[in-house]
Design a protein around this ligand. Structure first.
Ligand code: SF4
Length: 447
């Protein structure tokens, strides 16, 4: 049975068209800025707008944002993004049309310490989670609020990791645990997402969850996204390869293209992906067993990149091709080869540059993450064996980039800390000072 979520009248799943959504990156307490950004996103075609709500203080701001938007005639459904604080999620559920929670930190936490659990401990932990979640479901039911259960590879809790490792299966099982506890109280207005900055992990986890839902004969809507995809061509290509590969198999009901750019710029690539079947029909393909060759003479650069990356992502996960050739009469050889390299890197077939993961930023970010990402790319882009993180905040950033070799993480107003994997190496520093420290670390790492 195909389930559908109703988010303030926007229907997700159940055969409805793919819904496009994005997230503000203003300080939620700056009500005027958040309202203005939301309206720009809606004007660009965004159908759902997510806003971070870290504490009860931002709950008040959220109420005001909603009132101002409605007074301006903007009816877009709002989604509160909540981590760590069940009481904040419960308060938001009475205000906005949807709440996103993260099973990795709603009750359980990731502390990288409690990695062995007996059956009894495991069962008690699941029961504690259910007990804490049921009041949220009651509030959602009372107010007609939808819930996204948003699992992130970088923030799986210790309990799940203790049983399934840090794997795509663990991500799917984390979602299934929440599916069970939602069904215990017959709460059905739910959407699931399984995100990772690794395209293959995100695809595998989502396919696993989809298969397991098919086995249970209950198909809840799926939200698709590649987290920390970065910016520019790379971010668009990584997102299109992951999201497109799933949509072309008929998996997925709503999408967010997550870029370290202004959120309104996420909307046009997301709208293209929402119509990926038509877009991919422009691409012709052939192969010789090892090399996949794609032909697409679309003249619009972004349409061409998204169509090609989505089509290639789908082919490359289903077949063992090792090389990719892209033809388009409108773009020079060097540009086509560069796009092919970015697609192969996104699908982890051939690494030709530093892998840089960077979050889209949100109201928790207090430094110029877009400028910092540009500097990191300019200085450190040529190392295929290196993975770097550029993250907006110290709350979620270190966990989400835990498999990066090094990272820059926002710490306080205008300041960042340097990390080696999940270990913080410095006090808060100015960005340029942190980049010099990073340069020295990379030099040592590569010796
Ligand atoms: S890691 Fe980035 S997107 Fe995630 S909560 Fe922190 S600032 Fe926001």
């Amino acid at each position: 049975m195909r389930k559908m979520a109703n988010v303030g009248g926007v229907l997700i799943g159940g055969g409805n068209p793919i819904v496009v959504q994005s997230m503000t990156n203003t300080d939620t307490n700056d009500v005027a800025a958040t309202v203005a950004q939301t309206m720009r996103m809606v004007e660009a075609g965004c159908q759902l707008v997510r806003i971070t709500v870290p504490t009860m203080r931002e709950v008040e701001a959220l109420q005001q944002i909603k009132e101002r938007l409605r007074a301006e005639g903007c009816a877009v459904p709002l989604v509160a993004d909540v981590h760590y604080r069940p009481e904040v999620a419960e308060a938001c559920a009475a205000i906005v049309e949807k709440v996103r929670i993260n099973p990795g930190n709603y009750v359980d936490k990731r502390r990288f310490e409690h990695l062995e659990m007996s059956e009894e401990e495991y069962a008690a932990s699941v029961q504690a989670m259910a007990d804490r979640a049921h009041p949220l479901f009651d509030i959602c039911k009372q107010h007609g609020t939808a819930l996204r259960i948003g699992v992130n590879h970088g923030s799986l809790c210790d309990r799940i990791v203790s049983r399934y490792g840090n794997t795509p299966l663990a991500m799917a099982m984390s979602a299934l645990e929440w599916m069970d506890i939602c069904q215990q109280t017959d709460f059905q207005n739910i959407v699931f997402s399984l995100k990772s900055s690794n395209v293959l992990t995100m695809i595998e986890a989502t396919r696993l969850l989809h298969e397991k839902m098919l086995e249970r004969e209950t198909l809840y809507p799926l939200h698709l996204g590649v987290t920390e995809a970065g910016a520019g061509d790379e971010g668009r290509i990584k997102s299109a390869a992951g999201i497109g590969a799933l949509l072309l198999d008929g998996i997925g009901d709503t999408v967010r293209v997550s870029l370290t750019e202004a959120p309104e710029k996420e909307v046009s690539p997301a709208l293209l992906l929402a119509n990926v079947q038509a877009l991919a029909a422009q691409v012709r393909s052939r192969h010789d067993g090892e090399t996949l060759t794609l032909e697409c003479d679309e003249p619009d650069r972004q349409r061409w990149m998204i169509a090609t990356a989505a089509f290639a992502g789908h082919e490359l996960i289903h077949h063992p091709y090792k090389k990719l050739t892209i033809n388009n009469i409108h773009f020079p050889t060097e540009e086509r080869e560069n796009v092919a390299d970015m697609i192969l890197q996104a699908c982890r077939i051939k690494m030709t540059r530093t892998e840089i993961v960077s979050c889209p930023s949100c109201g928790r970010t207090q430094y110029d993450i877009q400028g910092t990402l540009a500097k990191v790319k300019a200085r450190f882009n040529g190392y295929p064996d290196l993975k770097l993180g550029v993250m907006g905040c110290i709350v979620n950033g270190p966990g989400e980039m835990a498999d990066a070799d090094f990272g820059i993480v926002g710490a306080s107003a205008g300041k960042v800390c340097v990390y080696r994997q999940k270990e913080r190496l410095t006090a808060p520093l100015e960005v340029d000072e942190a980049l010099s420290k990073l340069e020295a670390l990379i030099r040592d790492f590569r010796r």
